[in-house]
Design a protein around this ligand. Structure first.
Ligand SMILES: [Zn+2]
Length: 136
């Protein structure tokens, strides 16, 4: 069990640092735009996902911010799932997804082996559909 615990801890560190990164990004983006009177509201606004409710003035790329906020929420969910013991396992074979892989793609749902298989299958399907259109 110690090994699982260690993995859990390392995955959590990965997720927390990703979350801190994206939050820093959001704050930096907003720091110049929102007044100090809005800054304390930022966390709750981000949690509700209703960024348009703060007056951010012009020059804010709302679409970009919303995308970042989506990532932030997804990471928060991943951390919850990790605590429940449901994060970092392959949806296909239930094996552990490599830490290296999760570091680069925290939302990966397949291990590298299943991912490759899937891509291989998709490639075959694509080729088959091209052939189908050709013969039609
Ligand atoms: Zn797998």
């Amino acid at each position: 069990m110690v090994k699982t615990e260690e993995r859990h801890q390392r995955l959590k560190e990965i997720l927390l640092s990703k979350k801190a990164e994206v939050e820093k990004d959001i704050r930096q983006h907003l720091a110049r735009q929102i007044g100090p009177e809005n800054e304390h509201r930022l966390d709750s606004v981000l949690d509700q996902g209703d960024l348009s409710s703060i007056d951010m003035g012009e020059g804010v790329d709302l679409a970009l911010l919303e995308m970042r906020n989506k990532i932030r929420k997804a990471i928060t969910l991943a951390i919850l799932r990790l605590d429940e013991g449901n994060y970092g396992y392959c949806e296909e074979c239930s094996g552990e997804i490599e830490e290296k892989r999760l570091k680069v793609m925290p939302f990966a749902q397949l291990c590298i082996i299943c991912q490759r298989k899937k891509e291989e299958l998709e490639k075959i399907e694509r080729e088959e559909s091209i052939r189908d259109t050709d013969s039609a």
